[in-house]
Every structure is written in C-alpha cells, then in structure tokens.
Ligand binder design. Sequence first.
Ligand SMILES: *[C@@H]1O[C@H](CO)[C@@H](O)[C@H](O)[C@H]1NC(C)=O
Ligand SMILES: *[C@@H]1O[C@H](CO)[C@@H](O)[C@H](O)[C@H]1NC(C)=O
Ligand SMILES: *[C@@H]1O[C@H](CO)[C@@H](O)[C@H](O)[C@H]1NC(C)=O
Ligand SMILES: *[C@@H]1O[C@H](CO)[C@@H](O)[C@H](O)[C@H]1NC(C)=O
Ligand SMILES: *[C@@H]1O[C@H](CO)[C@@H](O)[C@H](O)[C@H]1NC(C)=O
Ligand SMILES: *[C@@H]1O[C@H](CO)[C@@H](O)[C@H](O)[C@H]1NC(C)=O
Length: 533
Amino acid sequence: MFKFILLTLFLNFVQSEMRFCGHDELVRQDKPKRFLALERDSSWSSLRVEADWSNMSKESKAKYSQYLEAAIDYYANALKVHRYLEGLNWDSNSDTYSCDLSAKDFYGKYIEADYYVLLIETFDSSQSFAARASSCAQDSATKQPIIGFIEINTAYTDDYDSRLLVAVLTHEFTHALGFSTSFFPYFIDQNGEMYGDNFYINETVRDTPTVYMITPNVVKRAREAFNCNSLPGLELETQGGSGTAYSHWNSRIAFNDLMNPQAVFTDFVYSEFTLAAFEDSSWYQPDYSYAQTINFGYKEGCNFHEKKCIINDEPISRMFCNDTHAESLCTHDYLSRGKCYLIENSAALPKEYQYYSDPNLGGNKLTDYCPIVAGNFNCRLPGCPNSDFMEEVCENCRCIEGTYSLTKNYEITHAACHKIACTDNFVEIYIGDNIIKCIKTGDMMDVPGFHGKLKCPDIEAICRVEPCLNNCFGTECSSGVCADSSLNNYSDCNLCNDIPNDCNNSDVPSNYNYSKYSGFWEILAGLGLLIIA
Ligand SMILES: *[C@@H]1O[C@H](CO)[C@@H](O)[C@H](O)[C@H]1NC(C)=O
Ligand SMILES: *[C@@H]1O[C@H](CO)[C@@H](O)[C@H](O)[C@H]1NC(C)=O
Ligand SMILES: *[C@@H]1O[C@H](CO)[C@@H](O)[C@H](O)[C@H]1NC(C)=O
Ligand SMILES: *[C@@H]1O[C@H](CO)[C@@H](O)[C@H](O)[C@H]1NC(C)=O
Ligand SMILES: *[C@@H]1O[C@H](CO)[C@@H](O)[C@H](O)[C@H]1NC(C)=O
Ligand SMILES: *[C@@H]1O[C@H](CO)[C@@H](O)[C@H](O)[C@H]1NC(C)=O
C-alpha cells in the first residue's frame, strides 16, 4: 500500500482511480531534469510565498482571492524557512516540474520567494473534486517542496460559505507545502537523514490495521493533546483512494481537524498536529501560536484510541452518538446542533467496524464507521432560531440538549442554541428571562415556564476556547478572538446557516430543512464532492 515509485529525484505521481483524490493524481508531464541547488540562509525567517493569479478570471479572482490569500497568509505567518538567498529560480531549460503549469512569465527569473504557487481555476461539474493541490517541484538538496498549484473547481465551490472556503484552500495549500504521503518520506530527521519509510509504523488497534505517523513532534503533541502517553503517534487516514489515504489525519481520531479528509460544515481546528508534522520535516519551523487546541477527543486518554467507539451499544466517549431518534443533538464542540449520523447501510460493514449486532449499522466510512453528530445549524452564525425553545444565535451561544419546550411535552431530545456565560466551575445558560445555572455535567434542570427538562452540558468542554471565525483569514487568532477585530463579525459570514428571507414567515417550519448545508453526509453519498483531496 505504501508504494513510493521514486524516479531519480522526483516523484512519480501515481494516477488515482478516484478523481477527487487530487494531490497525488497528476501524471508526470515532463522528463525529469535537475534543479540547481540554490543557496539558503542558515537562520529561520518567515515563509515568502509568490502567488500567480494569472489563470483566474477577473470575476473569480474577485470572489476567491480573499480565501486563497487566507490560506497563503496562514502559512506565511505560521511557518519559517531557511530562505533562498538569491530567491527562487525556475529556468525552463535547466529545471523541472511535474505538473502541467504554464507560468511562462516565471521562467528564467529570480523571485523573492521560497514557495511559488499557481492558482488554477476550473469549472467542470463532470469532475468530482472541489479543490486539489500538489507540489510540483522540490529543492534538489533538501527535497523541500518549492513550487506547487492549488486548483479550485468553481462548479462546486460557489456554494461554500466562508469558513469552508478558507478551510478548503488552506487544506490544499497544506498539501502543496508537503503534507502528503508522497512527501513524508523526504522529511529529514534529527540526524539529517531522510525518513524514507520510517515516518510511520503499521499497528493493529481496535482490531484494525492502522498507520501511525511517528515523527517526534507529532508523537509528543498527540500524547499531550489526548492525554495518552502510550500513544505510538497520530493515526493517518487509511480509508479512501490514493489521494485520501495516508495523506490526512484519521477522521475517527481528528474529526474536525483541518487535515482530516472531509470538508464537513464545521468549525475547523487548525491544529498543532499539522504544524508539528511540518516541524518534523526540518524544512519548516512553525509558530505554534497559530495552532489551535483540538476539541475532538481532547484529553480523553488512551481508551479513546484503543477501544471501539461503541461497546455494548453505548458510545465510549461523548464524541460518538447513538441517539438516532433525537430531533437534534449537539455536535461534540457544542458549536452546532445537528443529527447523529448512524445509518443502515445496504451491505454488512467490514467485520472490524461492526459495532452493533446489526452488521449493516454504522456511521461514515472515513470515521471508521463511528457514529458522530453532523452539525447543520451553527449557534454562532445567523439563522432562524426555533421559537419553541426560545433559541438564539450569537457569538457566545452554544448548543444545549433537553426536552424543554414552551408549547409541548417532548418525548425525544432536541438541541437548541442559547447564550452561555462560564465561570470557574459552572455555566449559566440564558433562555428567555431564565438563567439556568449548571454546576454538574448531566444534571437535568427545570426551565421555568417550559415543559420538560434541560440537560446540563459537559461544563469543561462547553466552556473551552473555540476556533476563531474563518481562522481569522490566516492572521493572528488568540483565545478564540482575531487580533484584527474586524474579523470577529459573526453577522458578516457570507452564507452562514441557510437563512430563508424571513424567519418569521409561517411557511418556514421550525425544523426547517437546512439540507443545502446540512453536514456532509448526504452530499458525500450522492456526489463525493466534499472530500477535499
Ligand atoms: C488556466 O489553465 C488551464 C489549464 O492549463 C487552461 O486550460 C486555461 O485556459 C487557463 N485559463 C486562463 C484564464 O489562463
Ligand atoms: C506497512 O504495511 C504495508 C502492507 O500492509 C507494507 O507494504 C509496508 O511495508 C508496511 N510498512 C512498515 C513500515 O512496516
Ligand atoms: C444511547 O446511549 C445512552 C447512554 O449513553 C442510552 O441511555 C440510550 O438509551 C441509548 N440510545 C439509543 C437510541 O440506543
Ligand atoms: C458586521 O457585518 C454586517 C453584515 O455585513 C454589517 O452590517 C455590520 O456593520 C458589521 N459589523 C461590524 C461591527 O463591522
Ligand atoms: C421576527 O419576530 C420577532 C419576534 O416576534 C422579532 O423580534 C423579529 O424582529 C422578527 N424578525 C423579522 C425578520 O421580521
Ligand atoms: C431536505 O431537502 C433535500 C434536498 O433539498 C431533500 O433531499 C431531503 O429529502 C429533505 N429532507 C427532509 C427531511 O425533508
């Protein structure tokens, strides 16, 4: 499965059978030629990126450049490199590249940059990728990627909201910078040797053949974040085609991580794991102030990794769900409400992923079929709140579960967004004029004036610092707030929840079908679109 077909100094890109597996699927266009070894500075300085927009139409540039720039700015801020002293040089006669780029203006010139990225625009609904990227050339001495492309398929991305566009493009640029199973073997260890196959190990965990990335900073950061000192490393995704498998963190372990393989409609965590991998390459020195703390599986210990997600029909962690009867449930980060994705598949799942007595029952393939709540209504973004629960959307709003209702006796659980305020050991939840004080996770509370009960959330988890909106377009995010305060505008979020023109219109039912933005599952099944290669 790890077949690195390496020809001379360059990658032999393997053609993938799955079209959405972008970053590995290119076929070599040119015969290999050599790069001149250019001299680099011995000290670390911030990464300089030269972006070539020449392939984008005026209209698309106007729409997409802010998102592409967010991706480029993120790494220009988050990574330092040994800069090229004279600049990057790409001479069409002496250098080589493996992508079919046609940036003719660049030939023979020295450019004050350490990475050159070409933006390519495609409009093609017969293709199933939304965006893809790859590095096309490596420094001949260090094998560090220096030239690459990001391609966006505007046939699909036109519908995406700003959070997703920033995330998809940053995800792609991460691949272009070398986060890919094609480039991990070139990472350089502390002894100055390339890792080759030693960047990972195969191990069986949860009765499943698993691949762990085991480079030192990844190991250290994973053990700390999950609070599990025996963790061998961080799992790479093993499902999916050749552009997906082994080039992402496993979605079962790192569900809403930027570098998980699926573009879920979620508040992505731009985690320290990805920056740690870059640190382990020796090509980059990360600034971890640009990394965010994970919230999926955070500090859950070794069981979260070692045990199957469902045992005796019960989830082993709050990260997994089992209540498919609920009208809605909260996502693991309490930032959205949604549904437990647990479905009856048309065939039996692979034996190791059968968690229930019914062999067809399970979640999404990339999460190793573990059932997880997929959000479809974000508490921080504009939308139509449900008046029966006196729901609100606001920057400090979070998701709360319960059976409380103004009008009826609910038999089943529902979730709703409410403003909260945290103190050291309790959380206050504002519902209409009521302030419900939760001091213990799981307590069932009365809500004056309402039927039913409110279930106290996991107090530590709901009170955590959350990812910044739109990753602050690549600029500084600290304690969940963008340093540039104009970027903290939660009402200026470009689509957000799918909002009907008038929320008070009685034609809009309280359980309005947000399916256009409702998680990735249906869309994934239908079109395979939302896998970001
Ligand atoms: C962008 O690149 C593609 C593929 O190389 C090419 O077909 C297309 O004409 C280019 N578009 C522009 C506006 O340069
Ligand atoms: C991991 O397993 C695959 C096949 O399952 C094998 O090709 C590969 O060499 C193994 N790698 C290591 C480092 O053991
Ligand atoms: C889900 O698990 C909870 C305990 O975590 C249990 O009380 C409940 O009955 C289960 N629900 C379903 C639908 O199986
Ligand atoms: C936030 O965005 C909305 C919608 O674009 C705009 O009306 C409002 O003035 C903005 N608020 C601030 C503080 O910038
Ligand atoms: C909807 O109704 C609520 C309360 O009746 C009111 O506060 C709000 O302004 C209305 N919104 C719109 C868009 O009409
Ligand atoms: C929601 O809408 C989508 C398409 O717009 C449709 O396929 C789906 O069946 C709808 N769901 C419900 C529960 O009505």
